[in-house]
Design a protein around this ligand. Structure first.
Ligand code: HOZ
Length: 428
């Protein structure tokens, strides 16, 4: 049995200092029971808690650490960058370097603005879309989570669903009324609303793979319909690729599925583990942003040189030939191994994957939207989570989050994970 006594003692202190003892709700173990692990360090595919326990990590800081933790090239570049100063509040060549790398990988983006988080990216992109179209309403899909800005916490996934508050108190009704929510993967519902109300609709924002209710893939044709309808009615199509960007392919979901949105939001991987977000898109939309245009958006630390450095070094490695083939191969190994473990243990699970994002649901239903994701037996998930943790496998402490694989995950890691899953499945 592993000891968690130091984590427990720290959590006891933390709950008196921070709401729920954490600085972001999804970190708490509320949905699975117990208290969060306090982490002391991480390297490659491994993460270590303050009690000295080692885990194979599939959380990867909720996605950014695609190279694995503390990659030597990133750490080395960061050391040098810190020596030169940590923030200037003025332009640096690093911003240009990262912007060029991103725009080259995402041809749908002609201009980009760096911000500090995914929340900032989506909030600002929506403001730009509203400023550009002169319309107020937005469409989002049930279970998609686009950060915690007012107006987006409506039928939101991630921690909002995990903790049963998809519609957060504190969001004025007057904000929420401008957010239309529709089921994901339902082209008829989308068509009906857009055909009727398009004159009022500024944008549709979507996670092209819904990573905030696990890992929900779009049905064939759904994203294409989205593109056709938005284009026809002058509605801005925003892909929230905070999770999928540089993750499901170097060019993100838009490259993987061959759909060009009008705007894209990024975060996670482009910061290489530091706080970064970005939004961008068509020139005529981005030209509305201050100081070029009247739509205001700003940030003291935006384009921070340390964060830019981590992003640049990460993308340099990811852009090398064969990296995504290797990632895909490893992810497929995990998929086959977990499906095999489920079959051999006669456990009813559904496993979904897009590149190196994945989720295991305990349901007999195909998971295609918010409602079907919620059909998963979360009590079983909690037992699965705990059993895996006891065996040294760190998964997200919620059914409604994606798992991630990094370049540092080895065949041996996958094999160990599958053995643990078999044992846990058998005991469920
Ligand atoms: N948005 C991520 C979860 N799906 C992680 C950030 C957080 O909420 O802590």
């Amino acid at each position: 049995m592993r000891s968690f006594s130091k984590s427990k003692a720290l959590f006891k202190k933390a709950v008196n200092l921070m709401p729920g003892g954490v600085n972001s709700p999804v970190r708490a173990f509320k949905a699975v029971g117990g208290n969060p692990l306090f982490i002391s360090r991480a390297k490659g595919s491994r993460i270590y808690d303050v009690d000295g326990n080692e885990y194979i990590d599939y959380v990867l800081s909720w996605g950014p650490m695609i190279l694995g933790h503390a990659h030597p090239a990133v750490v080395g570049a960061l050391r040098k960058a810190i020596e030169r100063g940590t923030s200037f509040g003025a332009p640096t060549p690093l911003e240009i370097e990262l912007a060029e790398m991103v725009l080259k990988a995402y041809p749908s983006m002609e201009k980009i603005r760096m911000v500090n988080s995914g929340t900032e990216a989506t909030m600002s992109a929506i403001r730009a879309a509203r400023g550009f179209t002169g319309r107020d309403k937005i469409i989002k899909f049930e279970g998609c989570y686009h950060g915690h800005a007012d107006g987006l916490l409506v039928k939101a996934g991630s921690g909002a669903t995990t903790f049963g508050v998809p519609d957060s108190p504190g969001v004025p009704k007057s904000y929420a009324k401008n957010t239309i929510t529709l089921p994901f993967n339902d082209p008829a519902a989308l068509k009906a609303v857009i055909e009727k109300d398009w004159k009022e609709i500024a944008c549709v924002i979507v996670e092209p793979v819904v990573g905030n209710i696990g890992c929900v893939l779009s049905r064939p044709g759904f994203l294409k319909t989205l593109k056709t309808l938005t284009k026809k009615h002058g509605i801005v199509l925003i892909f929230d690729e905070v999770m999928t960007g540089f993750r499901v392919a170097y060019g993100g979901a838009q490259a993987r599925f061959g759909i060009k949105p009008d705007m894209t939001c990024l975060g996670k991987v482009i910061g290489g583990g530091l706080p970064v977000g970005a939004y961008g898109g068509k020139r005529e939309i981005m030209e509305k942003i201050a100081p070029e245009g009247p739509v205001y958006q700003a940030g003291t630390l935006s384009g921070n040189p340390i964060a830019m450095t981590a992003g640049i070094e990460t993308l340099k490695i990811l852009s090398k030939k064969g990296v995504y083939d290797k990632l895909e191969e490893r992810a497929l190994e995990l998929e086959s191994a977990l499906k095999d473990a489920a079959q051999k243990s006669r456990t009813e699970v559904k496993f979904y994957r897009a590149g190196t994002m994945f989720c295991t649901y305990f349901t007999g239903m195909e998971v295609v939207d918010y409602e079907s994701a919620k059909s998963s037996d979360t009590v079983k998930f909690g037992k699965f989570f705990k059993g895996m943790l006891e065996r040294g496998i760190n998964l997200a402490p919620s059914q409604f989050e994606a798992g991630f694989i990094s370049m540092a995950h080895t065949r041996a890691d996958i094999a160990k994970t599958a053995r643990a899953a078999f044992e846990v499945f058998k005991g469920l």
